[in-house]
Write a protein that binds this ligand. Structure first.
Ligand code: HEM
Ligand code: HEM
Length: 181
């Protein structure tokens, strides 16, 4: 089953969810690691380049995920009280929007000096004209706050998934691991 049904995610959503999750966790670790390197560290340029390249690919994945979600039937949630369904919906929105904001701020830091972003020597993403004074450091601070905020949301999201699996014993997590019939 590649597409989602009303009752379960299909392989395409499942693959994209876990690819996005592992890449984002890796990007968070890489981000913290690279900003601690000095300019003369042999890995300084390489790690920054890797962070930017993966970041642009994540942007492509983000767009594909949103398009794919809208091409598929809407999933019926597992039975839960109304406030929990609302909280889950709010959390998914929060995750999508925080990720999008991280991708946009990352782009704005990287292109603040007018230079385009080379994505693994595959293609280049052009820069926009500078938007604000001190763009690199102002947006850099916002990017950092967003990254930590995202990790907070992911932590709650992770706990919610465990609660569904171990306490409610429903299929919420199982259907994101393997399509359920
Ligand atoms: C960086 C890490 C992660 C991100 C950014 C993320 C993001 C998301 C998003 C945006 C959705 C909504 C999908 C939709 O629109 O239908 C979702 C669903 C889900 N995620 Fe994650 N996720 C992450 C990690 C995890 C982890 C570690 C787990 C479990 C251990 C998990 C379990 C789930 C489950 C069970 C759903 C389905 C919820 C439902 O059907 O209502 N996620 N995730
Ligand atoms: C979900 C995606 C992303 C995550 C989780 C993430 C995470 C981080 C983290 C944790 C830092 C270190 C912040 C600090 O301590 O100052 C950082 C810095 C940085 N990120 Fe990202 N990032 C993401 C996407 C992007 C993208 C798409 C780009 C560019 C295309 C980008 C470009 C940068 C740059 C240039 C820095 C260095 C900022 C500075 O020197 O202050 N990031 N990122």
């Amino acid at each position: 089953m590649l597409k989602n049904s009303q009752h379960s995610y299909g392989w395409i959503t499942i693959t994209m969810h876990w690819l996005q999750a592992t890449t984002i966790l890796f990007m968070f670790g890489l981000g913290l690691y690279m900003v601690d390197l000095t300019y003369y560290d042999p890995w300084y340029r390489g790690s920054l380049q890797l962070h930017k390249s993966i970041g642009i690919l994540l942007m492509v994945l983000w767009i594909i995920m949103i398009v794919w979600k809208n091409l598929n039937p809407r999933l019926k949630p597992e039975p839960a009280p109304k406030h929990e369904l609302l909280a889950a919906k709010a959390m998914h929105w929060a995750l999508y929007l925080t990720i999008l904001s991280l991708l946009i701020t990352g782009y704005l830091i990287s292109t603040a000096d007018g230079r385009s972003i080379a994505v693994f020597d595959l293609f280049e993403v052009p820069a926009l004209p500078k938007l604000i004074e001190n763009q690199e450091s102002v947006i850099g601070d916002i990017h950092e706050i967003l990254a930590f905020t995202l990790m907070g949301f992911v932590g709650l999201h992770f706990l919610a998934a465990l609660k569904h699996h171990f306490i409610n014993k429903d299929r919420t997590l199982r259907r994101l691991i393997k399509p359920q019939v």
